[in-house]
Design a protein around this ligand. Structure first.
Ligand code: CMP
Length: 142
């Protein structure tokens, strides 16, 4: 089915100047960018986005990393977009990520792991709405 998913290129990957290389992987896999913006997240924005992790021991480090520099946030659309994006990203911990995945190729550690992607269609809808209004999601023209 055609799905949408929220993708974030995190501060480590933006700083490495690999936004274009990561976009290229999305596009080669048949995913289209239908909305995008670059933001330097505030603490409040990062805490709200990751609210489900509030009680986890890594929450403080996660929020300080995600606010350490600009991120590139995009909505990806395509067939099975949620799982397709997760396959492209690889495991959360880059040490466990399969060869050729974004995290294997660009990430350093479980904290600085290059990209975020929604883990299910339901969380994708919530995460997309956190950053974009409906009228900011463009219709594909092909
Ligand atoms: P992300 O997909 O952005 O969702 C939460 C982030 O927390 C995750 O990627 C990791 O970068 C970070 N994190 C740090 N430690 C852990 C951990 N032990 N388990 C899961 N996520 C972690």
């Amino acid at each position: 089915a055609i799905e949408r998913t929220l993708s974030i290129i995190k501060p480590d990957a933006v700083a490495k100047n690999v936004v274009g290389e990561i976009y290229s992987r999305f596009e080669k896999a048949g995913l289209s960018v239908i909305a995008a913006r670059m933001v330097h997240l505030s603490q409040q924005q990062a805490e709200g986005f990751y609210a489900e992790h509030k009680e986890r021991p890594f929450f403080g480090d996660l929020v300080s990393f995600m606010t350490s520099g600009p991120v590139m946030i995009q909505v990806l659309e395509g067939d099975n977009a949620v799982i397709k994006n997760r396959d492209l990203m690889g495991a959360t911990n880059p040490k466990e990520a399969a060869a050729g995945t974004i995290r294997a190729d660009f990430a350093q550690s479980i904290d600085e792991n290059a990209v975020h992607g929604s883990d299910a269609v339901e969380s994708a809808a919530r995460e997309i709405a956190y950053f974009f209004t409906d009228d900011q999601l463009c219709k594909r023209t092909r």
